[in-house]
Design a protein around this ligand. Sequence first.
Ligand code: SAM
Length: 232
Amino acid sequence: LFVDTPLGEGVAVPVDGNAAHYLIGVMRVKAEDVVLLFDGRSGEWAARARDIRKRDLMLVCERQTKPLESVPDFWLCCAPVRKGRIDLIAEKACELGAARLQPVLTRRAVVDRLNLDRLRAHLVEAAEQCGRTAIPELGRMVKLDALLKDWPGERWLFFADETGGAPLEEALRAHPGPAAFLIGPEGGFDPAEREAIRGGAKAVPVSLGPRILRAETAAIAATSAWMALNGD
Ligand code: SAM
């Protein structure tokens, strides 16, 4: 269970709301049961359930059960897509091990706002489900030109371009180190955007194969491929 409280030996964490309902009503947690907690910063902790009431309980941290995971240095930068699809991208990026999800506003994006709280909730839920002890960072949405202008010099930007690029495996092997993938919206990047991305010093245009993938498929395929070669 994720809690937004720094954990440590002896720390008592009051739990109410949905989390308490899940523990008490669904998991049938009783006094003295052990619940596993993580705070996204200090690994996983075994906590003892105390003071169980109808709608709240207390969890007291006893010992660390896992250290904070080492996260592969991979970012997923993607244009916002419709609600269910961006939620799916967030969930899968977290499960597959991404360190950061960075929304990027492009000209053909059909969505120009994102509910970051909802997206973060999906990241947290996915982390709980897959046993991650770190939640991927979630960037605020930035415009494509700002992303390119401020691009960190040490990080490869693999540009998923359905109009042509290097074969994926070859490109990934030739460019080890910190990486990000850039995936466009439903309507793709426009020609000027494509040119601007390709003009960036760290850009590596790559193909994800001969078929046009939906944005969420491209995001999941790219993340899986990078993790298969570089992830833990
Ligand atoms: N402009 C395209 C069209 O309407 O024909 C569709 C864009 S596609 C649905 C969304 C994004 O997924 C693209 O901008 C690209 O980043 C990525 N993508 C999809 N298929 C790809 C492929 N075969 N190779 C590389 N990237 C791909």
